[in-house]
Design a protein around this ligand. Sequence first.
Ligand SMILES: NC(=O)c1ccc[n+]([C@@H]2O[C@H](COP(=O)([O-])OP(=O)(O)OC[C@H]3O[C@@H](n4cnc5c(N)ncnc54)[C@H](O)[C@@H]3O)[C@@H](O)[C@H]2O)c1
Length: 243
Amino acid sequence: MDDLKNKVAIITGAARGIGAATAKLLAEHGASVVIADINLDAAIATANEFIENGYDAMAVDVDITSEHSINSMVSKTVEKYGKIDILVNNAGIVDATPIHDMGLSDWDRVIDTNLRGTHLCSQAVIKEMIKNKSGKIVNIASMAGQVGGLKVGPNYSAAKAGIICLAKSYARYGAQYGITVNAVSPGFIETEMTKGRDDPKSVPLGRLGTPEDVAKAVYFLASSLSDYITGTTIDVNGGLLMR
Ligand SMILES: NC(=O)c1ccc[n+]([C@@H]2O[C@H](COP(=O)([O-])OP(=O)(O)OC[C@H]3O[C@@H](n4cnc5c(N)ncnc54)[C@H](O)[C@@H]3O)[C@@H](O)[C@H]2O)c1
């Protein structure tokens, strides 16, 4: 379980939910994890819990809509650990504003966080990864980015579709430096973001997903198990999307 020993991983939005479960799994595999979140108090609480369990973790406050804040997250990580091996672009917000009510501010808020934020974090971190000629970036997309959103607005689904394509663009660029970039696309996962929203009976496997279900796919893409895999998307949806 120490295959990620000496690896340094930044997980954005890791104070809770899918991000926290992912950070925990990477830490269990030996990685030093940076719990990066806009909610610093919650990030500190999560990092402290990991440290109490014997893992190496550091909380960092970041707002992924701000380039300045992202640069500071990268410098704090490099200052402490000297490098970045893994980036999980997990931070995101959801919005269910229907199309006919959607104002520009709703559109911008979700696109700026979910799509532009993922690009800005990837751009800042890939520059560090290029120095070491290795790295793994995983974007947390969504099934809404593959089939459109009914329960979520078009801003959310378009941003998530963009994240899938961002992974491919970064994968094409990163390949020459030994950097792989992929996406994980969750279906209905039970977290604070979606509490009480989804019906388990609508899922072929008969249950909602857990943050740990998503974390396992992220771990695979962040580890050497996936060294020959880049520019792809793994669906974690209990069979909701069969094509
Ligand atoms: N839960 C689901 O069913 C589901 C399905 C598909 C995709 N996703 C995606 O998975 C990711 C995690 O979702 P979750 O359900 O764990 O959500 P969550 O709301 O429980 O956690 C999101 C975390 O991101 C942080 N965050 C929000 N805005 C930020 C910003 N600007 N900068 C830094 N951090 C910020 C929040 O503080 C929070 O800790 C999101 O990208 C979400 O879109 C979730």
